[in-house]
Design a protein around this ligand. Sequence first.
Ligand code: 9MG
Length: 272
Amino acid sequence: MSKSSLLSAPTPLVMGVLNVTPDSFSDGAKYHHLDLAAKRALQMIEEGVDIIDIGGESTRPGASEVELDEELKRVVPLIEKIAPLGVPISIDTSKPEVMRAAINAGAHMVNDVRALQENGAIDAVAELGCPVCLMHMQGQPRTMQNNPEYIDVVEEVADFLAKRITACTAKGIDKDLICVDPGFGFGKSLAHNLSLLNNLSHLEKLGVPVLAGMSRKSMLGQITGKDVNERLAASLAVALIAMQNGAKIIRVHDVKETVDVRNVYLAALSAN
Ligand code: 9MG
């Protein structure tokens, strides 16, 4: 798949999460070791994943930042190991040095929860010429869930993302290489998350594909009362709602089940 065609696929893509952080909230600890992580990548490919999102910095609520050297050590060897398998890889990072090293090691796309606001990040992506996901976050992971506040969450998120698209295109990033993400759970209450989900199609006015990531997140625990490893059904429900509301990439832990949901959705869409 060419770099720009990654974001121009006509049907929703399934992005599989592969965290290589010791403290990741869901299944990161299991994939801290290179061989286990590579094995999980292979399994996701067999399950039909479209993009594998590799992250070496935990961004769960309360997480601290990770040093550059440590982040590089976590992600680069893994990218080198799985890039030859041929599946597109995105690198979940905010650090320009990690973006460069990851793309040079074989990753195809940058996924930045800080929307390229760190020093040098826009320049790095402009130079690399790769697709990028710009995500909205209010605050920083360590404190973002303390007391998130908005007057109109949908308008404010859309406005932030529009400004980030403009900042990126002004620095030479092709708009065709940009997708956006409202950042479910990143400085948002349950009411904010549900409002964003219900009004996701509002973001289509930005003229770029929308990525949605709600898999196993605490918003689903708040609704169902279930622990993180018991949120499969809830994760599939919100994945389907996101697709129906226009999301073009769905970021998930449970690849095989989400691929089934996507395929049922597409089959229903194509019926008379
Ligand atoms: C890294 N990461 C964790 N959650 C995410 C989400 O919802 N979207 C994106 N783009 N990245 C995420």
